[in-house]
Design a protein around this ligand. Structure first.
Ligand code: PMV
Length: 335
């Protein structure tokens, strides 16, 4: 096997339209339900991995700063998976940079583990196909598997052999715009998405959510393939609210101080209310939320200027800002 020993890759975060919330296997990040997502072209992680005999420990730098202990542990565990597959003993220098803020509900772990999986496996000389790469990324962070294929992805539940993301449609399938808002004044979240997944079954509404999902996903998938925003929009909104209803009524382990997980900030609700008003005014724009205070707005390219004009004045009051994405490409190697 030829081993380049170093490689760099980029990946985009992805936004779930139908969300992954809850697991059947926490060790292996196997999801309790199928999910659908779109890659966000407007945000990116770039990661470089260099295996070298000059190191006795992995050396990990994120956004120019040495990684904290928790992150080091997760990244080293992921490099260990690559080392085991490639049978390579060397430690690695990992340098990674996001061009978007972490902890705002923009899934940085997805783009991070997608880019790391591709750069590390390539550097170690592994030639993984798209499904094997997606499965590897999933072990780092569940939703990272959906940042591997280009465009729109579908990640089914099921056994290990099936638990990888497939492309549902390429980026150019739909001229959708995703406007991601975030707020300068919101505090970092108190409960990670990993803790949220594990807490989900403690919600009395979790079973009801899982029972509803197959039908919602089938309808959302058809609407996506038909580029039908008026059908998928309300489904995506109900889906986000369903996840948050479960989160708000679940009890995470190790957090006796809280009686439910509130990822929302006051600004989150202000944007939701504004979107509802804009729709009443005839503007076709819809919202969704992940595990954070950020709100993502979905609209067609033709509606983008109207939404941006309204959003700009709202975000001034909320001390917020935004970036815009189109459906993005999957993880790829770069020079
Ligand atoms: O991959 P994780 O463990 O960060 O979970 C992601 C959870 C959500 O972003 C809330 C939903 C999703 O499907 O991406």
């Amino acid at each position: 096997m030829s081993r380049p020993l170093s490689a760099a890759a980029v990946a985009h975060p992805n936004l779930a339209l139908i969300k992954y919330w809850g697991q059947t296997n926490a060790e292996r990040n196997l999801p309790a339900n199928d999910s659908l997502s779109v890659n966000l072209s407007g945000a990116q992680t770039r990661t470089e991995v260099r295996f070298t005999s000059a190191l006795t420990d992995d050396d990990i730098t994120l956004n120019g700063v040495a990684a904290d202990a928790e992150t080091r542990k997760r990244v080293t565990a992921h490099l260990d998976r690559v080392r085991a597959l490639a049978q390579i003993p060397l430690r690695a220098r990992v340098t990674s940079r996001n061009d978007f803020p972490a902890g705002a509900g923009i899934a940085s772990s997805a783009s991070a583990f997608a880019a790391l999986s591709l750069a590390a496996s390539h550097a170690a000389g592994l030639k993984l196909d798209a499904s094997a790469l997606s499965r590897l990324a999933r072990l780092g962070s569940g939703s990272a598997c959906r940042s591997i294929p280009d465009g729109f992805a579908y990640w089914p539940t099921g056994p290990e052999t099936e638990a990888y993301a497939r492309q549902l449609a390429p980026p150019e399938h739909w001229e959708l715009r995703i406007i991601t808002t975030y707020f300068r004044r919101t505090a970092p979240k108190m409960v990670t998405s990993l803790e949220g997944h594990r807490a989900a079954p403690t919600s009395p509404f979790y079973r009801a959510r899982l029972a509803q999902l197959p039908q919602r996903l089938a309808r959302a998938r058809n609407a996506l393939l038909d580029r039908d925003l008026e059908t998928i929009g309300p489904l995506v909104e109900r889906e986000a609210i369903s996840l948050h209803a479960v989160a708000m009524t679940s009890q995470p382990v190790g957090h006796p101080e809280i009686s439910g997980i509130y990822y929302w900030a006051p600004e989150t609700l202000a944007v939701i209310h504004a979107v509802q008003r804009w729709r009443r005014d005839g503007v076709p724009v819809y919202f969704t939320l992940d595990a954070g205070a950020s709100v993502h707005l979905l609209c067609e390219a033709a509606t983008q200027p109207t939404v941006e004009a309204r959003l700009t004045s709202l975000l001034e009051d909320l001390h917020g800002t935004y970036f815009i994405s189109r459906p993005g490409r999957g993880a790829r190697l770069v020079a």
